[in-house]
Each structure stands twice: as structure tokens, then as C-alpha cells.
Design a protein around this ligand. Structure first.
Ligand code: AHR
Length: 867
């Protein structure tokens, strides 16, 4: 590749292209306008200038960096905008981190939609250097070089024909300063000036206007002070709901499910019933700032505690504790669990520990369950003998209640080595050993989820490649599982692993939906991934793909197959009947991602056509990951994709038609994460009912939306990284939110057929006009009707977000009998109420025509048998 052109050559070429474009597009010559592209707040902004005098700012960041860890770490420096006329694409190249030898490249066909952000390696970090693209001498390829502020290129450049493959080139010539300066609102900005057509500018401005309109709708609140249209009084408003039980369509029978992720201490310290914190002495500063192998343990100075690594129980669990104690007096090593241990009088607890005696002598270890005042609640003694690891178990029964108990271990003198110190309540959900906290598990079971997605979320793809959640490291003997740091900044023991997830699914009749990393780590990673989404090296992908296939064998294979045997040895010889596998979690749709994702999907399809694959389409309901994820799914016929959105109540209120126009017959949707978020990130009647109104639309679209799960599910008080959550808890209480009761009402009243439902508001018994003035009323009232063909039950759900009750005439076309006995349940309150519970179910008689009164701010559920 020859030397670079300088800037003048670039401009001359631009002029040449413009001239020929003018010739072809007669008779309307478009002189074009200048567009200035520059970085503001780490995003690419534009300003335009049509008359050579005034610059007009467009207040919108068109594309931002997705390199580096969350939020403020994602930087964009010195973006350079370039039009590749040959392929009709715009490219923006920028430096995501001046100290990382990486450059970022993002492409757009129209300067509005920016697609696939990729990061490419450089020889050295571009500190103080500015990227610049020009047409190379051969007129066929493009040259990228990095220049200093004087425009002098430094280091090697790159040439490319397709902006995907790059070849190293010799140093280029001076380009002057590759950036130009424009003064906007009294401040000078540096960026690139390009020429765009008037039509292109109109498209940009039009998009921004539409974006602003949509954004403003998000601010709409559900409040008591709704302004009614002129001449309308609340008392004159009524509603009519017509349900035609003979006009139905199939909808997904597994629409409502849950998503369990170990966030907010949901697993260790939460659903996983283990009481000892850091039982394996594997905590470290990757888990959380100052943590170390003794975090969670109190060691009195008289006891010498050493963390050892020679000859551990298992290589996956390399650290253990060696205690040296005087024989003369008793001193206790204490663990207070996750904010205290709860013991209940008469309940039994299994204590277990691996011990060895490094001196090959014999000693005793007294085990005490104590209350807050150090009174002994239960105790026992074990013998520590021999140089080999031995597991010992004791069953201890509590003599009194305590909410702040602890475990004390008192060595009798000499040296003793300990690992995997466990205290586990006998009472777990369904009495499973190594099982789940019964009250929490029951609260989840009460939702009647048809599926459970696990383990993430971000936990699935992890903080860097080494932190991905690898399913096969979480099954088998507890001491051989691989604990690791949790992306939410704590420790994951893997005690609640794939076996326990699958068993829980089976226990509550839910389909397991495991999510496996798509061969890339989280795009917000800051470890082992060059500060971004890393990809498993290609020469390791076969091994990784085999691991994905092994999961299917582990879940479904015969008990004598390689992986089926592992399941059988854990006590489950029968298959788990896995039907779904998710690949990826809201990943950045980069080339690194797409290549690995499709490799995995193809391999699963080839070997297991019976498994339904769920793909991923980014973290929100629009934007490049959403668009590119959907394009990939359509191209590769992926049966389902996982959409996510956390939005303001106003978004849910104004997007009830979101799925109405989704294409039928192709890829369907798994709405894997959603929640209505108000400014204070609390769960109120407003957030819960805006979720409910969206769920009504999901039922209506249950032919294209196959599954949905709220997120996050659980949060431990005091250990919460994310709000709001569906269920809060502490060690003794479970505190479901109002949103939980909405999910429960839908989960307990689900169907597999949707009956055509028309809900209309009326003013003085006449339909309200279909215009903007009445839109705020119309969108606050919605209804859906589903039929459960297994139980022959019909359920009508009505959401009223109006600040007054509405008399609702129900018209049940083709009901059959003259009347039916229905069960009515109502959830209602004021918009800011946080502790609302549904009413006790009430029995009412329903006839083909009936009137029910639905309260202000409410969800009403009517359910009745059908012939
Ligand atoms: O639900 C919490 C997090 O939100 C999930 O881990 C992630 O997928 C999303 O960003």
C-alpha cells in the first residue's frame, strides 16, 4: 500500500463524487450542507451549517462508546467521521481509551442508525494522537493514521478496503490538523466537517424530533391529577369490555416465568440456605475490595490462623485454614453468617467440615451454635485425626430461637486444618439437602412460574473471560465446584449451582431456561477483556462449544452417558427434560460476538434440533444492539430472542402497542428483563400497574411474545445493588412488592388461548373520540381475556389507571350458560402506595351482560369456568 493522500486530496475526491451525484439526480440539485461531528459527553454530536455562517446544534448524542466498564468509564476521544462513497457507509473512528492500544470503529448508512461497534488492536496506545481516515493513493482502499496535534502522523498506519480487515502500512504524510474547529454557543469544539445532502440532514433532524417526542412521553405519570378533556366529568365516564369467546388465538402456554440471577445476594445469603459465609476460605479481593480468605470469620488473637494452599481438598478450592491453638484455654473461631444466622428452637442443622491434622496427631473441635449473647444453642464435638482430609458431619438441634446466631469452632489445642465449614438447616424447600430457603422458594413457587431463567443476566457472561459462568464448574461435589467473584461485587460459592437450579425448576413445575455466555464476556467488563467485551480465542471455541453441548447431555442424556452420569450421581438418574437454551445476555452485537454466537447456535442446532434456542438483542428496546441482534436472529432463523427494557412508567403507558406490529411466524420474543422504574426506583402501585398494563398487551401478543420475566427478582435488604426488585427479604422476612402481586395475579391466571377483547371508554354512554385529546383517557384503561384449556377457565384482567372508579359493562359473547360463578380479585391503591396487597378473592355471579365497578388505579381479575 502506497503513501497517504493529504487532506486536499480527500477534499478533491469528495468534490468529484458530489459532482457525479448531482449529474445523476437531476433535476433537483442538492448543494448539500455542512455537518460538523464532534464529541460531547463521550457521544458523537452533530451541528449543521447551510449558509456558511451559522452553525445549528442538534442536541443529541448519536453514538457512544461501549468500551470499558459501566457508564462513566465508556469514553470517546477524537471521533473522526468519514464517508465511504464506494460502499455508501459512514464510518466513525475514535479512541476509547488513550492508554489502551485499541481503536473503535462504528458504521452507519445514514448518520442516524449506528451499527456494530468493533474494537481493533493497535501497535501502541494512541495517547495524544488523533485518528484520521483518507482515501489511499490507489483510490481503492482507505488509509487510517494517527496524527499529533500538528497533523504529523506517528507510528504505523493501517489500510483497509472494507473497514473490517486492516493491513499495516508505512507512516503517512502530514494531514495538517485532522480536526476542524467550530464555535458553538461560545465554546470551541474540535471535530470533523463533512458534506451531507439536504435529504440526509432532514432525516437526521426528523429522527431527532421523533426521538424527542417519544422521550417526552416517558415522563407521563400516572397520578391523581389527570386533566380531563373539556366538557368531560369523571362521573359521566364508563367503560365497555367485549370479550368474544369464540374468536380466539393460541398464545404461549409458558408466558409468565421468573428470572433468577445472583444479584443483591440472591443466592449466597439468600435463596441458598447455607448459613456460613465464606465457608471455603475462597473470598478474595476480586470479589470485593478488601476481602480476603478470612473475611466473615473472627479469629481471636490467641488463635493463630494461617491460610494454606498445599494439598487442598480439591484444586478448585485451593485455600484452607490452619488453626493453631493453646491446649490450656478455649478460644473460638466465629462465623456470623450473612448478617447473622437464624436458629429456630427444635429445628435441626447439619454441621459439616473437612478437617485434617497437619501434625498427624489427634485433636478435638468443639462446634457450638450460639445466640447473639454467645449463649450456646446447640453443640457437639468432632475428632480431627490424620493427615488426610476427612469430612465429618454433626446434626445439631437448636434449644432456642435466635435471629442473630453464630457458629463457633473451638479447637482443643495443637494444629488443625479446616475447609468447607458448613451449617445447613435441615428444613429446606422440599427438604432437599444443600437446598433452598423454604420461605423464599415458596414465595417464588407461589408465582406459578412456567419457566425459570438462570444464572444471569450479567452473571452469565461475567466480568471478563475468566469470570463467565461455566455451568460444569457448578455441579458435582461442593468442594470440587469452582467459586468465583460475582460481577455484582461479591462472592459466588457455586453451592447453588446448575443441579440445584434444575431441581428447583422440577420441584415447582417450571421449564429450566439456562443462559450460557455466547463466547464473549460482558461489554462492561474491566478484567481480562482489554477493558471490554472479550471473545474466547477461536482456537478454544470448539472446546467451549462442546461444553454447551455437554450441558444438554448432562440435563437430558441417559444416566450412563458421560454427563448424564454426573447428574445421576447427584441423585437424579432421570433426565431433566431441558427444552430451551439461551445463548448470550444483552451482549454488544460486535463482530467478535456474532462470530461466536452463530458458531454456538449452529452447533447446538446440528446436534440437538429438539432444543429451542433463545438469542439476544441487547439491553434495550431500540438502538443498534436491538436492531443488529434482530437482524442476526432473522438471518439465522433463531426461534426466540431475549429483549430487555427497564423504563419509566410513561414508557409502558405509551407503548402498549409495542408488539402489535411485530412480524408473526418468525422469530418470537422472550421478554427476559423488564420493570417500570420511577425516579426513586421504588416499587409502587404506579410502577406495578404500568407493568400490568404492559402485561395485558403481552397476553394480547402472546402469539409473538412467548415468555416474559420481571427483573431483578430478589434483593436482600442492606445488600442490594439494584432497585427496584420484585421481592425484598432479610434473614427472617420475605417482603414481596406490589409488583410481585401483579406478577402473581398474572401467573396464577394464565392461559394458552387469547379471546378477542375490546375495551372502550364511554362518555355519557357514547364511545370517546379516537383523538389526541382523549388519548390520555384511552391509554389508561385496558383489558385482556385468556382461556386455560387444561382447566377450562376464562380470566379477564382489567387495568384502570384513571384516578376514579369506572363502571364497566362486560359483554361476554358466546359465554354459553346464562350465568357463571366468577372469582374476583382486585389490587388497588394510590399511585405512590408501596405496600398494597390484593383483596381476598370474592365470588360473584357473571351473566353475558354485566356491570362491574373497577376502582381507581387498579388491576381487577375475574376468573370463571367455561363450558
Ligand atoms: O437485572 C439486572 C441486570 O440488568 C442483568 O444482570 C442484566 O442482564 C441487565 O443489565
Amino acid at each position: 500500500m502506497k503513501l497517504f493522500h493529504h487532506l486536499f486530496a480527500t477534499i478533491a475526491l469528495t468534490a468529484l463524487f458530489s459532482t457525479s451525484a448531482v449529474a445523476e439526480t437531476k433535476p433537483a440539485p442538492d448543494p448539500g450542507v455542512k455537518l460538523f461531528a464532534y464529541e460531547r459527553g463521550n457521544r458523537l454530536f452533530y451541528a449543521w451549517n447551510a449558509d456558511g455562517l451559522d452553525w445549528h446544534m442538534i442536541d443529541y448524542g448519536w453514538v457512544g462508546s461501549d468500551y470499558g466498564s459501566w457508564f462513566a468509564e465508556k469514553k470517546m476521544h477524537d471521533p473522526f467521521l468519514f464517508h465511504d462513497k464506494k460502499h455508501g457507509m459512514w464510518y466513525c473512528i475514535f479512541t476509547p481509551n488513550p492508554d489502551d492500544p485499541v481503536f473503535a470503529l462504528v458504521a452507519s448508512p445514514d448518520l442516524v442508525h449506528w451499527h456494530v461497534q468493533n474494537y481493533y488492536d493497535m501497535e501502541k496506545a494512541p495517547r495524544n494522537l488523533i485518528p484520521h481516515i483518507s482515501v489511499c493513493d490507489d483510490n481503492d482502499s482507505y488509509c487510517i493514521q494517527w496524527c499529533n496535534a500538528n497533523g504529523m502522523p506517528e507510528g504505523n498506519g493501517l489500510s483497509t478496503e472494507d473497514f473490517k480487515h486492516f493491513t499495516k502500512t508505512e507512516v503517512g504524510t502530514k494531514v495538517m490538523d485532522p480536526r476542524q474547529t467550530v464555535k458553538l454557543e461560545d465554546r470551541e469544539w474540535k471535530g470533523t466537517i463533512v458534506t451531507v445532502s439536504k435529504a440526509e440532514l432532514d432525516n437526521i433532524i426528523g429522527y431527532k424530533k421523533e426521538h424527542d417526542r417519544k422521550e417526552s412521553l416517558k415522563h407521563e405519570r400516572v397520578t391523581a391529577d389527570l386533566r380531563l378533556p373539556r366538557n368531560v366529568r369523571a362521573e359521566n365516564l364508563s367503560a365497555g369490555i367485549t370479550v368474544d369467546l369464540n374468536r380466539t388465538k393460541d398464545i404461549s402456554p409458558i408466558l409468565w416465568g421468573i428470572f433468577f440471577e445472583d444479584i443483591n445476594y440472591s443466592a449466597d445469603g439468600g435463596l441458598y440456605a447455607e448459613l456460613v459465609r465464606n465457608r471455603d476460605f475462597e473470598f478474595n479481593n476480586l470479589d470485593h475490595g478488601e476481602w480476603n480468605a478470612l473475611t466473615g470469620w473472627s479469629v481471636p488473637s490467641e488463635l493463630k490462623a494461617t491460610i494454606a494452599t498445599d494439598a487442598p481438598i480439591h484444586k478448585n478450592n485451593p485455600h484452607y485454614l490452619v488453626l493453631e491453638s493453646p491446649a490450656s484455654k478455649e478460644f473460638a473461631l466465629v462465623n456470623e453468617g450473612f448478617r447473622g444466622m437464624v436458629f429456630r428452637k427444635g429445628d435441626s442443622y447439619f454441621f459439616s467440615v473437612f478437617t485434617k491434622n497437619p501434625d498427624n496427631s489427634e485433636s478435638k473441635l468443639k462446634v457450638e451454635m450460639r445466640d447473639e449473647q454467645n449463649q450456646v444453642v446447640a453443640s457437639g464435638t468432632i475428632t480431627v485425626k490424620g493427615k488426610e482430609w476427612t469430612k465429618t458431619e454433626l446434626k445439631l438441634t437448636a434449644s432456642k430461637d435466635t435471629d442473630h446466631g453464630k457458629l463457633a469452632l473451638i479447637p482443643s489445642g495443637g494444629k488443625v486444618a479446616l475447609d468447607m465449614v458448613s451449617l445447613f438447616p435441615e428444613k429446606t424447600f422440599k427438604g432437599r439437602r444443600n437446598g433452598l430457603r423454604p420461605d423464599l422458594a415458596q414465595t417464588l413457587a407461589d408465582l406459578k412460574p412456567r419457566f425459570i431463567r438462570f444464572p444471569g443476566g450479567c452473571v452469565a457472561h461475567g466480568n471478563g473471560l475468566k469470570n463467565m459462568y461455566r455451568w460444569n464448574r457448578t455441579v458435582g461435589a461442593l468442594e470440587a465446584r469452582v467459586p468465583q467473584s460475582n460481577i455484582w461485587d461479591y462472592h459466588q460459592s457455586a453451592g447453588l449451582g446448575y443441579f440445584e437450579y434444575f431441581q428447583f425448576c422440577e420441584d415447582i413445575g417450571a421449564e429450566p431456561l439456562p443462559i450460557l455466555p455466547a463466547g464473549v464476556s460482558c461489554q462492561n467488563s474491566f478484567r481480562d477483556g482489554k477493558g471490554q467485551q472479550g471473545g474466547i480465542p477461536m482456537d478454544e471455541m470448539d472446546e467451549y462449544i462442546q461444553e454447551v453441548l455437554d450441558l444438554i447431555e448432562w440435563a437430558n442424556g441417559p444416566a450412563d452417558s458421560k454427563w448424564g452420569k454426573v447428574r445421576a450421581e447427584a441423585g437424579h438418574p432421570e433426565p431433566f427434560h431441558l427444552k430451551y437454551i439461551g445463548i448470550g445476555n444483552e451482549d454488544l452485537i460486535s463482530d467478535v460476538f456474532a462470530e461466536r454466537y452463530i458458531m454456538i447456535i449452529d452447533a447446538v442446532r446440528a446436534k440437538h434440533p429438539e432444543i429451542t434456542i433463545v438469542g439476544t438483542v441487547g439491553p434495550t428496546y431500540e438502538g443498534s444492539d436491538y436492531e443488529d441482534g434482530w437482524a442476526l436472529a432473522r438471518k439465522h432463523n433463531i426461534p426466540l430472542v431475549d429483549e430487555h427494557y427497564y423504563q419509566a412508567p410513561g414508557w409502558f403507558l405509551n407503548n402498549q402497542n409495542y408488539y402489535d406490529t411485530y412480524e408473526r411466524g418468525g422469530t418470537r420474543v422472550y421478554l427476559g428483563e423488564y420493570a417500570s422504574h420511577n425516579g426513586s426506583r421504588t416499587s409502587t402501585i404506579e410502577t406495578a400497574l404500568t407493568e400490568a398494563i404492559h402485561m395485558i398487551s403481552l397476553e394480547r401478543n402472546g402469539d409473538v411474545v412467548a415468555m416474559a420475566s420481571y427483573a431483578p427478582l430478589l434483593a436482600k435488604e442492606g445488600d442490594t445493588q439494584w432497585n427496584p426488585d420484585l421481592i425484598y427479604f432479610n434473614n427472617t422476612e420475605v417482603k414481596p412488592t406490589t409488583g410481585y402481586f401483579v406478577q402473581k395475579l398474572f401467573g396464577n391466571n394464565a392461559g394458552d388461548r387469547y379471546a378477542r377483547t375490546a375495551a372502550n371508554l364511554m362518555n355519557r354512554d357514547r364511545a370517546i373520540p379516537d383523538n389526541d385529546e382523549f388519548a390520555p383517557l384511552r391509554k389508561r384503561f385496558a383489558s385482556s381475556c385468556v382461556i386455560d384449556s387444561k382447566t377450562s377457565t376464562v380470566t379477564i384482567k382489567i387495568v384502570n389507571l384513571l384516578p376514579f372508579e369506572v363502571n364497566t359493562a362486560l359483554k361476554l359473547d358466546n359465554l354459553g350458560p346464562a350465568s357463571v360463578t366468577a372469582v374476583k380479585t382486585v389490587l388497588s391503591g394510590n399511585p405512590d402506595d408501596m405496600n398494597v396487597r390484593p383483596s381476598e378473592p370474592e365470588t360473584i355471579t357473571l351473566m353475558p351482560s354485566n356491570t362491574v365497578t373497577v376502582p381507581a388505579f387498579s388491576l381487577t381479575v375475574l376468573s370463571f369456568p367455561v363450558k
